[in-house]
Design a protein around this ligand. Structure first.
Ligand code: GLN
Length: 293
């Protein structure tokens, strides 16, 4: 450490960073990055703005600020994102878990599923959905899959760090899923149309296309899940899919064409129809009148 390097206060560093970062929440972003580098809480920056930051930490912070100013998502810079109050490791090989996907978890928890439900989370990424469910339902047997090896490793790492037992396997959708009947299939699949302008804006630019893009209408993967999912479920089993805010009707139609029952769309925190739920027939037997002799 050199004596000639002037020490910098939290307040001065945050002020400069805020100017540099831009975007919707420059101050918050700067506080999160400074907290990450110094180990100090964001409350400390308010209570003690004159606190000095050692030069090497200030430098590390400024390097992160430059990355953020270039557009890199805060979650990738921190290597972490909270989901369902679980601190999840994230990496550029997977989508950053979104708050709206917590609505999917809530919807699953409100379903009448057995005590020891068998659940499959397809395209798990960080493991967010599977781990949130494991944290709420210790009796469930939860399998999670992803096509991308780095995502499989990340979901396993998150499972171990959080001590939430799930099984993670590498599989392109149903390709490597062992035979057997699940009570629930859940997925936040890629659903953005290839031409969507959002892909060229904000944090999304730095997230992998493999987790976002699904053909010209954004429905390629959902079509596959709806077509092939039924045979993986027990009678009366459920499937719940996240989709784009404007895709609910199209997804309900896909379920209906494939013969699913009890099809219903549900809203996210922003009031958009963000997910659709459907159920397989209660019995594989043809339906009979209740009072038949
Ligand atoms: N909701 C995400 C977005 O708009 C997309 C997530 C996904 O494709 N699964 O950025």
């Amino acid at each position: 450490m050199s004596n000639s390097t002037p020490s910098l206060t939290c307040d001065a560093l945050l002020h400069d960073a805020g100017e540099h970062i831009g975007g919707d929440s420059p101050r918050l972003d700067a506080e999160l990055l400074l907290s990450h580098v110094t180990g100090l809480s964001r409350t400390t920056f308010r209570a003690w703005p004159e606190r000095e930051v050692p030069p090497e930490q200030a430098q590390a912070f400024q390097a992160l600020v430059s990355e953020r100013a270039r557009g890199l998502p805060v979650a990738y810079l921190l290597g972490e994102q909270e989901f369902w109050s679980l601190p999840l490791r994230v990496s550029p090989s997977t989508l950053i878990p979104r708050p709206d996907t917590e609505c999917l978890v809530e919807a699953v928890l409100s379903l009448p599923l057995p005590e020891r439900a068998r659940v499959l989370d397809l395209g798990t990424g960080t493991g967010a959905i599977a781990l949130a469910l494991a944290s709420e339902k210790p009796g469930w047997r939860i399998l999670a899959s992803d096509r991308i090896p780095e995502a499989v490793a990340l979901a396993r790492e998150n499972s171990q760090r959080l001590q939430l037992p799930i099984t993670v396997i590498q599989s392109h959708w149903f390709d490597e899923i062992p035979e057997g009947s699940f009570d629930l299939l859940v997925s936040n699949p890629p659903y953005v149309p290839a031409s969507d302008h959002h892909l060229r804006e904000g944090d999304v630019r730095f997230e992998p296309a493999s987790a976002l893009v699904a053909g010209d209408d954004g429905l390629d993967d959902i079509r596959l899940l709806v077509t092939e999912g039924g045979s993986r479920l027990s009678p009366g089993g459920w499937m719940l899919l996240e989709h784009g805010y404007d895709q609910a009707e199209a997804v309900r139609n896909l379920f209906a064409e494939a013969g699913w029952h009890s099809i219903d769309s549900l809203k996210d925190y922003g009031g958009n129809d963000r997910m659709t739920l459907a159920r397989t027939a209660l019995s594989h037997e043809p339906e009979r009148p209740v009072h038949a002799e």
